[in-house]
Design a protein around this ligand. Sequence first.
Ligand SMILES: Nc1ncnc2c1ncn2[C@@H]1O[C@H](COP(=O)(O)OP(=O)(O)OP(=O)(O)O)[C@@H](O)[C@H]1O
Ligand SMILES: [Mg+2]
Length: 278
Amino acid sequence: MADNVQSSENLLNTKPEEPKLVTNLRGIKKKLMVMSGKGGVGKSTISASLAAALAARGKKVGLLDCDIHGPSIPTMFGIEDERPIVGEKGIVPIEVSSNLKVMSIGLLLDNKDSPIVWRGPAKMGAIKQFLEEVDWGKLDYLIIDLPPGTGDEPLSIVQLIGNVDGAIVVTTPQDVALVSVRKSLKFVEMMKVPLIGLVNNMDGIICPHCNKRIDVFRSGGVDKASTDYNVPILGSLPIEPDVASTGDSGTIAACVNGTSEWHKNFKTIVDNISTRVK
Ligand SMILES: Nc1ncnc2c1ncn2[C@@H]1O[C@H](COP(=O)(O)OP(=O)(O)OP(=O)(O)O)[C@@H](O)[C@H]1O
Ligand SMILES: [Mg+2]
C-alpha cells in the first residue's frame, strides 16, 4: 500500500479526541444538582450548606452556582469581592476552605448590580465554560445550584454533563410551591437523572418562647409528591432565623455547627444524601 494512504486497520484504531469537558470533569466522583420548580424555596441555602457540611466531613467539594441571572452563592460565603485568577490548568475557583471551591458568574462581574441580559445560548455557553475551563481538580462532589424552573440552566447541565449522578429537589409545603415542584420531579424523570430525594424546606417554625411548632403552611402535598414519584423525603427543615442571617452575612459555612432543630434535621439530610449517593 502506498505510504500516504493509512491502512484501514490504523483508521479504525484512531480514537476520536475526548471532549474537553469530559477531560476536565474526569476527577469528579459525583455530580449532584439542586433544583426546584419554584423560586425562593431555599435551593441556594441548601446547596451552600450541603457543600459546607460535606467539606466539613472531609470530602473534597466544588460548588457551582448556575444561577446566571441571580447568583447568590458568593454572598452566602462572603466572597463577592474575590475574583478568580487564570492558572496553568484553567480558571481557579475561589477556595472557601481547604476542602471547598466555589465558582459563580457573580465572581466574574465588574459591577454587582449589572444584570446579565442573556438568552439561552449565551447562558449555555457560560455554563459550558464553567464545566470545561474551571480547574476543579479532584473532587468527591460537585454540587450544582440551579435557578428555579426547568429551563435553560438545568437543561444545559443535564445535556452538557451527560451523566449527572443525582438531583435533589427542594420544595416548601404549600400547594402553590408544589404545583411547580412536581414539574421538576417530572423533568428529572424525563432526563433520566437519578432522583436522590425531596427536601421539605420552611416546614413550620419553632416558637422561640414556648418551643412549640407552628405550621405556617398546611398541606400533605410533599408526602403526596413523594408517593406519586416514588422519591423519598430526605428531611424537613423548619424556618430558622439564624440560617437566614448566616446567608445574608456571608457565614453560611457556620451552619455545620448549630444545634437547633434545623441543624439537627439538616445533619440527617446530609447523612441521607451521603448514603443514597454511593
Ligand atoms: N429554612 C430556612 N429558614 C429561614 N430562612 C430560610 C430557610 N431556607 C431559606 N431561607 C431564606 O430564604 C431566602 C431564599 O432562600 P434561597 O436564596 O436559598 O432560595 P432559592 O430557592 O435559592 O431562591 P432563588 O429561586 O431565587 O434561587 C434566603 O433569604 C434564605 O436565607
Ligand atoms: Mg438560588
